[in-house]
Ligand binder design. Structure first.
Ligand SMILES: [Fe+2]
Length: 247
């Protein structure tokens, strides 16, 4: 069982090239690569849209994903509109108030999909997460947009961190088993382990941010996906980079 995680697509309107980057082509190239290695599942972990939720953009992304013929799940990021996204992808049944969070088995793993599009997780969502963790018996994987930690990337930590880190950490750390978290949002590749929680930040399909600068600075324009391999009763994850497409 192999899962590819793609994050922070930042797809713009047709013929728009934010920062002179061909974001649509970046996404198509990553999907082509996913098809070539024959993965079982795709996860898109937020910031599908460049600036804010846009129906035309969601329709285009859905068309690309459907063409792939690989089962997929999506969650929202801070540049998404969860309700609009759920409507466009016909996922209204997953909406709980204006958040979309859900869990499913993928292979032997319990995969939990969180919603931090508003910059935080609601209290109801965290209560639901606690129940899901209590009920999970096998390997636990959480997909979410924001890393639930101050990650040591000054620009993002200072400006755009998850707003209720202590609250989600309390839920995660009180779980007795190990938890793998795959997220994005920071536009870097980074691995952080705290207690029973391994947090892996996956690079963006847009550009990567300098991890040392206080101010915003693009580090490089390579794009990437993360391959999560659940074969042979183990869990391995690797990040594969590609040259990004410029205008
Ligand atoms: Fe984000």
């Amino acid at each position: 069982m192999k899962i590819i995680q793609i994050t922070d697509l930042h797809i713009d309107k047709e013929n728009e090239f934010p920062y002179d980057i061909d974001v649509r082509n970046n996404f198509k190239r990553i999907l082509r690569a996913a098809r070539q290695i024959k993965v079982d599942h795709l996860v898109v972990s937020g910031d599908l849209c460049c600036d804010e939720g846009d129906e035309e953009i969601y329709i285009w992304i859905r068309e690309q994903l459907d063409l792939c013929r690989i089962p997929y799940d999506i969650i929202g990021g801070n540049h998404d509109d969860t309700v609009m996204m759920a409507n466009t992808f016909q996922l209204q049944h997953l909406l709980i108030d204006d958040e979309m969070y859900f869990a499913k088995k993928i292979g032997k793993a319990t995969c939990i999909f969180l919603d931090s599009a508003k910059g935080f997780h609601s209290d109801d969502q965290l209560k639901w997460l606690k129940r899901q963790l209590n009920n999970a018996s096998e390997e636990i994987i959480i997909f979410t947009h924001h890393p639930p930690v101050i990650a040591g990337v000054p620009f993002m930590d200072n400006k755009y961190p998850l707003q209720n880190i202590p609250e989600i950490q309390k839920v995660l750390f009180s779980h007795r088993g190990f938890i793998h978290i795959y997220c994005g949002h920071y536009h870097v590749e980074k691995t952080i382990q705290i207690n029973n929680v391994l947090i892996q930040i996956t690079p963006s399909c847009f550009f990567q941010i300098d991890q040392n600068e206080d101010d915003f600075k693009v580090d490089h324009h390579s794009i990437a996906y993360r391959l999560i391999d659940l074969s042979n009763n183990s869990l391995k994850s690797t990040v594969k980079y590609f040259r990004g497409s410029r205008k």
